[in-house]
Design a protein around this ligand. Structure first.
Ligand SMILES: *Cc1c(COP(=O)(O)O)cnc(C)c1O
Length: 492
């Protein structure tokens, strides 16, 4: 299976090359030339397997230049029971027909672990497969959550090093502690005096600096990114939709061929696009419900066909969805409208911040997708209601999706299973969850963990428990103009 650019130029490349390269040469995203199909027989066979085995089987359909043995070894290491203590992607029946799929039982208590535990292993193999002798040095600027999940995923992966920059006063105390106590010999973390944009621009400048690239090359390094649009991060996300259907079959709630719906809290459109690919593979997903927070650019797009980022930007309690450019939407546009139109939309987006798809394209998208959004009040209300009515504790991102799911059910009276993605542990956003239930804040961000646990009688997940007593490994703070020095001295 080869991969091509959504913008239609360049030669097809192998999966390994697509994963190593990240972006296509014309600025487009890599998509598989064709989508493999899952037969009823395949599905039945998958139902008998463990999560890592299901993952290896499905990934091998897309990553045909990786052997199934390689993928099985990587999936077993990535999705081990030691790392995913509460299960890999368990379904929790909150109230019929809603089945919450908890994607946050991994080592950082966030759904990004589902991709970032396996993607670095795929990249490490891609380096060998493409004959790369140098070490990949990955630079990340983070406003908090992605940084920790990336660090944990790349920890002690051969031929890869990573340095993470974060704004010294721009992340929560919990996030800072999570990064400062990170283990792993190939990693470094550095706080920047400045805000997230300073960290981000600093990283961009280093990427664009030929002299730095030359120096690094001399030391046997090349720069790379852990970007969320990398195919190696997307492919593993297809797996849990297939796995959820197998779990529904095994629980006697569905039979092969019977439909179910999916609702996804959406930011960059990666997670829901993975569900779309699962549907194209033949998984009987009926409707893809795209849930947004107050930054409801996707809800508007699905309603009108106009994508317009010239709008107010809101900071919400679901920060991973505070996004006005949903990069992976480009992949859907490619499937529905083809490369020429997609390249045109992206050009308009770059130049004017806006594009509009034709009625035919919108109709094709709406055959599969429906959008809803939840503002802050509705989100907090859902957190409180789900806790009081169902005894289910949800984080704000999950609550946005649960709000959308309930509106959809109220409108359609649907009775078939509705799988709602839960993308973070409520303890990652403990203070907001606490405030939504109690009506006032806990004593502090770190204190909120214990106070939420005492309030609800639920346990703090292992990645977040005892955080303040772990040894701090990284204390460095530097100015923005010292970032390049940090990178060069780390590349020893
Ligand atoms: C990244 C993230 C999302 C959004 O996922 P996309 O693939 O970007 O749509 C939702 N919730 C949480 C907690 C996240 O970290």
């Amino acid at each position: 299976m080869k991969y091509i650019s959504t913008r239609g130029t360049g030669t097809p490349v192998s999966a390994a090359q697509a994963i190593k390269q990240g972006l296509a040469a014309d600025g487009g995203l890599f998509v598989p030339e064709s989508v493999p199909t899952l037969s009823a027989q395949d599905l039945n066979a998958l139902c008998a397997l463990s999560y890592p085995e299901r993952a290896a089987r499905i990934l091998s359909m897309f990553l045909t230049d990786y052997t199934e043995e390689e993928l099985l070894a990587d999936c077993r290491a990535a999705y081990s029971e030691a790392a995913f203590v509460g299960g890999t992607a368990p379904l929790v029946g909150v109230h019929a027909p809603i089945e919450v799929m908890e994607l946050w039982h991994g080592p950082t208590a966030a759904f990004k672990d589902m991709a970032l535990q396996i993607m670095p292993r795929l990249l490490s193999r891609a380096l060998a497969k493409t004959g790369e002798k140098r070490t990949a040095l990955i630079l990340v600027a983070t406003s908090g959550d992605t940084g920790k999940a990336a660090l944990e995923g790349y920890r002690d992966i051969p031929q890869i090093k990573m340095i993470v920059f974060y704004p010294v006063d721009g992340v929560s105390r919990v996030q800072k502690l999570q990064m400062a106590t990170q283990e792993g010999q190939n990693l470094s973390v550095c706080a920047i005096r400045g805000n997230f944009d300073d960290a981000q621009n600093g990283v961009k400048e280093i990427f664009g600096d030929a002299a730095i690239a030359e120096k690094l090359n001399g030391k046997g390094y090349f720069l790379s990114s852990a970007n969320s649009i990398n195919w190696g991060r997307l492919a593993p996300q297809i797996v849990y939709y297939v796995s959820a259907f197998c779990d529904l079959i095994n629980a006697g709630k569905r039979a092969v061929g019977e439909p179910f719906d999916v609702c996804v809290p959406t930011g960059n459109f990666g997670n829901i696009f993975a569900a779309y690919l699962a549907k194209r593979m033949g998984l009987p997903i009926r409707r893809l419900i795209c849930a947004s927070n107050a930054n409801n650019i996707l809800t508007d797009f699905l309603e009108t066909g106009v994508y317009d980022r010239n709008r107010r930007f809101y900071l919400t309690m679901s920060p991973s969805m505070d996004i006005l450019i949903s990069s992976n939407l480009e992949r859907l546009l490619w499937f529905v409208a083809g490369p020429e139109k997609t390249a045109g939309y992206m050009k308009q987006l770059r130049e004017t911040g806006r594009y509009e798809v034709g009625a035919d394209v919108l109709a094709a998208i709406r055959r599969d997708f429906t959008g809803y959004y939840a503002d802050e009040t509705a989100t907090a209300e859902t957190i409180r209601k789900l806790w009081e009515r169902d005894g289910y504790l949800s984080d704000p991102h999950t609550a946005v999706a649960l709000t959308a799911a309930e509106r959809y059910l109220a409108q359609t009276q649907s009775q078939i299973p509705l799988v709602v993605d839960s993308t973070a542990s409520p303890y990652k956003f403990a203070n907001n969850v606490y405030r939504s239930i109690v009506g006032k804040e806990a004593s502090g961000d770190l204190e909120a963990l214990d106070e939420l646990s005492a309030l609800t009688g639920t346990g703090i997940p292992y990645p977040l428990a005892g955080l303040s007593s772990r040894p701090v490994r990284f204390r460095g703070v530097c100015n923005r103009d010292e970032m390049a020095e940090q990178v060069l001295s780390f590349a020893r």
